[in-house]
Design a protein around this ligand. Structure first.
Ligand code: GLU
Ligand code: MG
Length: 450
């Protein structure tokens, strides 16, 4: 080409994607040229009801309520936009997406949208209880290179150095995307790491969990690394958990879970809230530990959760009172939070958080008494001791968890019918599609998907 050649050159258009993170925690959407955002801002883009019945196996559940019918809109929540410029791959287009609520074409809420469910529940906390919800999700994951890197020791600087390049890009990208990252740390497992970020209010906390997952995947993709958040990526692997930290504030932002005068620091409101979560925990697992492989993780001695109990210094407790620091005169009350440990990344963050909030609210409304508080390892107690303390076992399969949900009374009743029907249809199909897999195959299968 001569220097005088003035033929216009084609250049790629920057794209923005409208996304919905669905019932199985998969983020899906449609993209358009970013300079046309104004055109999509109020009426969004089209969406298909049956998309919500997709299984992780990429097959739409046969008996879903929608079939070939209907049309929906993805309506962007412009305040949730995430823009991250290209990272380690300088040719990669910027990542630019906006979380959406799924609505009917006339703008009415759609009954099977998990983000709307969470939005509504957060609003109920505000109007019915005068509370706001502050939350953060911690994520563990496996990060592997090809050819495989040597194994490094747990929590070691060597393990951190092995992925220091990834860590730097990831934290930079998260910060650019508004995620407020806190820590990147090597975990106990081989090639296992963890990322934590600061809490945020209401729906933004679940959006942020999606942002962590998608930005991590993007950086890994650009670096040619293999990243998986799946609860167990190989039969002998240490499990990847997601820990959901929750605290409640009154409408002026003052923390309400803490009472310095009580034995474990939990306020009377906090006790009812925790009692609700523990009471409904077996049913909550249907949303928080929602795939067959989740039950490879929800086992005794995995530092995850096998029983419904509340503990203060107990990583085998499904609900844990997190440590607070009084060093340097730091105020304790606004650090005080409860960690729900029975979640993994095959769950929709919006659905999982909404379900936990509903259970906690029912605990407050029904003034449930708090039992099952222990720093003992539930699995090391005998059946009679567990009964005496009110500690109940969690489901050991997804089918059991779905059964618990079906029979959970007030929790089940609090969920919108279209969402529940779609969820049961897709989970039934998922169970059928995966029943022939051996435990090792199940781990590999879900490691590839999540
Ligand atoms: N890997 C554990 C899990 O599956 C959590 C370990 C920890 O407490 O950080 O939840
Ligand atoms: Mg951890």
């Amino acid at each position: 080409m001569s220097r005088l050649d003035t033929t216009p050159r084609l250049s790629p258009l920057p794209l923005t994607t409208l996304v919905s993170t669905d019932l199985i925690g998969v983020t899906r959407g449609r993209s358009f040229p970013s300079d046309e955002l104004a055109h999509y801002a109020s009426a969004g883009c089209g969406w298909v009801p049956a998309n919500s019945a997709l299984t992780p196996q990429d097959i739409i559940a046969a008996s879903n309520p929608w079939g070939a019918h209907g049309d929906l809109r993805l309506i962007p929540d412009l305040s949730s936009r995430v823009t991250v410029d290209n990272g380690p791959d300088s040719e990669a287009p910027a990542l630019d997406f906006i979380h959406c609520d799924v609505r009917e074409t006339d703008g009415r809420p759609w009954g099977a949208c998990p983000r709307t469910l969470l939005q509504d529940e957060v609003e109920r906390y505000r109007t019915a209880l005068g509370l706001q919800v502050y939350a953060a999700f911690e994520h563990e994951f496996n990060l592997n290179a090809t050819p495989a890197l040597p194994d490094r020791l747990a929590f070691s600087l060597q393990a951190q150095r092995q992925q220091a390049g990834f860590a730097g890009w990831l934290l930079g990208a998260l910060r650019a995307g508004g995620v407020e990252p806190e820590m990147f740390l090597p975990e106990y497992g081989k090639h296992q790491y963890e990322i934590t970020c600061r809490p945020s209010l209401g729906v933004a906390a679940a959006d942020r969990a999606v942002n962590v997952r998608e930005i991590s995947r993007e950086i890994a993709r650009q670096m040619g690394l293999d990243l998986s958040f799946a609860p167990k990526t190989a039969e002998n692997a240490v499990c990847n958990g997601v820990h959901l930290h929750l605290s409640l504030q009154d409408l002026s932002g003052d923390p309400v879970l803490h009472d310095a005068a009580s034995a474990n620091g939990l306020s009377s409101l906090g006790r009812h809230w925790a009692a609700g979560v523990l009471h409904y925990l077996p049913a909550l697992c249907a949303f928080t530990a929602p795939t067959p492989v989740s039950y490879e993780r929800l086992q005794p001695h995995h530092w995850s959760a096998s029983h419904a109990c509340l503990g203060q210094r107990n990583r085998e407790a499904a609900l844990r009172i997190c440590p607070t620091v009084s060093l340097g005169g730091k105020p304790v009350a606004n650090q005080y939070n409860l960690e729900f440990r029975a979640v993994d990344a095959t769950a929709s963050p919006h659905l999982a958080m909404a379900a936990v909030l509903i259970a906690g609210r029912l605990g407050i409304e029904q003034c449930l008494p708090l039992n099952a508080v222990t720093d003992e390892i539930p699995d090391e107690l005998d059946e009679a001791q567990r009964r005496e303390r009110g500690i109940i076992a969690l489901p050991t399969t997804l089918a059991q968890a779905l059964d618990c949900l079906r029979h959970s009374g007030a929790l089940f009743e609090a969920l919108p019918r279209p969402l529940v029907e779609t969820y049961f249809a897709l989970k039934a199909q998922e169970l059928a599609l995966t029943e022939a897999l051996s435990p090792a195959e199940r781990c590999e299968h879900y490691a590839r998907i999540y």
